[in-house]
Write a protein that binds this ligand. Sequence first.
Ligand code: FES
Length: 128
Amino acid sequence: MNWEKIGEVSELTVGDMKQYEIDGEVIAVYHLQQGWFATADTCTHQDCSLTEGNITGEEIVCPCHGGAFAIKTGRATCLPCVIRLETYPIRIRDDHRNRVDIIPRTHSVVAHCEKADGVRFMPRRRLT
Ligand code: FES
C-alpha cells in the first residue's frame, strides 16, 4: 500500500472537514465522532466542492443544490445526487506525531481491514 501523508491530526477537530489535494485528486477528509473518513471532494451532481457544504450527522450536504452523501460509504442519500462518491482508505499514525495518511485513487490498492496499533482506516468502496 502506498500511503501518503496528508496532514496532522491537530488540523481537524471532531465535526470538521478539510480539503486536501494529492496527486491531482481533490479529497475531503472528515473527522467525525466515529472516526476519520475520506471521500472525493467533488460532488457527483455538478462538481461543487463538498467541503464548502455542511456536515449533518454522518452526511455531507452539498452547498450547491442540497444533495447529500453518506460520509462513511459515499452513497448518495439525497437528490439530486444519485451517483456514489469515491471513498478512500485513511489511517492515523500515532508513531509519527499523529499524522493522517491516505491512499489516493491513483495508487492501485486492494481494500483490506487490518487492525494495528493506533491505525484505523476505512476500506475502499467501489463506484456503482
Ligand atoms: S452540485 Fe452538489 S447537489 Fe448539485
